[in-house]
Design a protein around this ligand. Sequence first.
Ligand code: SAM
Length: 317
Amino acid sequence: MGKGEVTARSGPGYLLGQHIPSQRSTASVTNRQMQIEFGGNVALTREEEAAFSRFEKTGWERAAQAFHDHWGPLTAQSSGALLDAAGVGSGHKVLDVATGAGYVAAAASDRGAHAIGLDFSSSQVELARQVYPEVLFQRGTADSLPFDDATFDAVVMGFGMNHLPDAELAAAEAYRVLKPGGWFAFTVWAPPRDGEGFGIVLSAIESGGAPNVELPPAPPYFQFADAEIVNRVLESCRFGDITTRIVPQYWQHTTPDQLFDAFNEGAVRATAMLRSQPPDVQATIRMAIRNEVMKLGVDGRFEIPMPAALSSGRKVN
Ligand SMILES: C[S@@+](CC[C@H](N)C(=O)[O-])C[C@H]1O[C@@H](n2cnc3c(N)ncnc32)[C@H](O)[C@@H]1O
């Protein structure tokens, strides 16, 4: 059995690493990535973490503008909820980790906070500085924050936790740079469901695609939408008052192909998976996605549910 081959499946989310709490058995799973995805307590090795980090970095250097064009109007929808969960108000010092084009940092700044956006991708930081010239942005990585202990009133991260090789380390770093009483809040994508953006795309890839694509082993993509895992990880970093809830978001599209284009151009893991398919398979996937999106059309517009899971915890001492 070669690395990258898939021997077991359970729902479309497995393609990106869906965490499925009720199906933890790894008995029939021989592929390493599948063991990780099925919650088999398989930690990535240092080499795998480094390889995954390089894969993500290369992906984000390429996808910065496309993510901004396709995904920015979507992810920015939960900026307010994220800042509310972190108690951000005027005069607060706020760190926005994995800032991308800077939506959350800019929203914090609009509230009168002193915000700084941090991202490990130079093209993201460059883009953020163009889009929000009045906000501070700098390069840096989530697992080794370039700030002193107890610097910030709030640390936020929009849709970043699912891109980190070691998100627990990033949470520990957030704890370190927070002042006592400060909040860490983050969003991730809710698990894929039928009739919603991720469910539509992953189902189309699963039914039309050749799933034995070479992707580096990676942490389960949807694990931080699971309140149990969030509790475990944040508690281990000594956070208290931990909550997780779903925040509705809707992608507004004007053509039924925008959903395919967004994943094909503006993501990292899903983009690699789509682009590695042969052209005829890609065309089948595009058509399957288009057919599902058409069902969501009203008056030539398409409103695609893409809910987020929002979690927060407080540095209680
Ligand atoms: C899905 S985008 C989210 C961007 C933005 N926060 C938003 O809500 O739209 C993920 C971002 O995380 C950044 N990122 C990924 N891994 C990172 C790491 N280890 N340290 C810092 N930034 C990282 C990527 O460069 C990218 O800008």
